[in-house]
Design a protein around this ligand. Structure first.
Ligand SMILES: [Zn+2]
Length: 319
């Protein structure tokens, strides 16, 4: 079933597998998959989205699993799942939609008269997010570019902080708030009035199904934290704060790493090399900070501008 406007939905308790019509482009009507699990009892509304970046498939699998395992009879409130928000990028196995080459996480709150990517963002920000108690944005995790688990959070004045939730998750660090990036979902959710949790996790050193379970656990913990499902309420821990420091490819070639996920590295340490296709080293990637290896390219082929390695750099922060 295609839903013309999510605001008009009036669903009975149950699991509803739907398509949200978000607009129209030169290649036809635009729609994205949506699963609404409506609980038998009233409660909060949470929205979980995956694959804003189309190559990040582990989050997709986690939300599809969730759609099959959440029991509406035992759920208080409603869970809106968008397993593949950037459908066109996902079908092409690339980060950005091939129709407009835009980064979906830079176009929020979107534009109803814009590109396909902008129309999807607009539908999310106007039809789905208003009135939600939490949005969880799943990132990271593709065969080519992986992460250790880390989180960021966005609070909204007048609503309970979600930092204690982030601190209760099994993540290695929490990134401190930075300057708002235009078009990022984290930049617009405060204006919409919805607290946000963003998760990066999963890498190609494990099976996709296991990476998906790690993502699944973060959403499951959020549901317990909000009291939407039975189970222990997660307890905050002393998770370190960090900022991220990225090292990018300056020229294309073949990437070889000298470090592993979670390694502690010192400033000045060699993280890896980029070779041209005759084997000559064209970039020595030297750590510009001391920290832990948080994001890393696990694939070989790299293009100029792509992230090769991102460190989580421990940082003092008082919320
Ligand atoms: Zn992403």
């Amino acid at each position: 079933m295609t839903v013309a406007d999510a605001r008009a939905l009036n669903l009975a308790p149950g699991t509803h597998r739907l398509w949200l019509g978000v607009g129209h482009s030169w290649f036809g009507p635009l729609r994205v998959p949506m699963v609404v699990v409506k609980g038998a009892a009233p409660g909060p509304k949470i929205v979980a989205v995956a694959a804003q970046h189309g190559d990040e498939g582990f989050g997709v699998l986690s939300l599809l699993d969730l759609s099959n395992e959440l029991d509406p009879a035992k759920l208080r409130g409603e869970v809106w799942l968008f397993p593949v928000l950037n459908l066109y990028a996902y079908t092409a196995s690339v980060r950005h939609s091939p129709f407009d080459q835009q980064d979906m996480n830079r176009v929020h709150p979107g534009n109803p008269a814009g590109t396909a990517t902008e129309q999807i963002a607009h539908a999310l920000c106007t039809q789905v997010l208003p009135g939600a108690d939490l949005v969880i944005d799943l990132h990271g995790g593709s065969p080519e570019n992986g992460d250790i688990a880390f989180a960021r959070w966005v609070d909204v004045p007048g609503k309970p902080s979600v930092l204690p939730l982030a601190q209760s998750l099994d993540v290695k660090f929490i990134t401190i708030p930075g300057e708002p990036v235009p078009g990022q979902l984290t930049t617009v959710t405060p204006e919409i009035g919805v607290p946000q949790l963003s998760i990066e996790s999963g890498n190609a050193t494990d099976y996709a199904r296991n990476n998906a379970r790690e993502m699944f656990a973060f959403v499951d913990a959020s549901l317990r934290w909000l009291g939407m499902i039975d189970g222990l309420k997660p307890r905050p821990r002393a998770v370190p704060f960090a900022r991220t420091h990225s090292h990018r490819c300056t020229t294309g070639g073949a990437w070889k790493t000298y470090v592993s996920f979670g390694d502690r590295v010192e400033k000045g340490q060699r993280l890896g090399v980029v070779m041209d296709l005759t084997g000559a080293v064209v970039q020595n990637v030297i750590s510009q900070a001391s920290g832990i290896v948080a994001v890393m390219r696990t694939g070989v082929r790299c293009h100029a501008g792509e992230t090769l390695c991102t460190l989580g750099v421990p940082t003092e922060y008082t919320p």
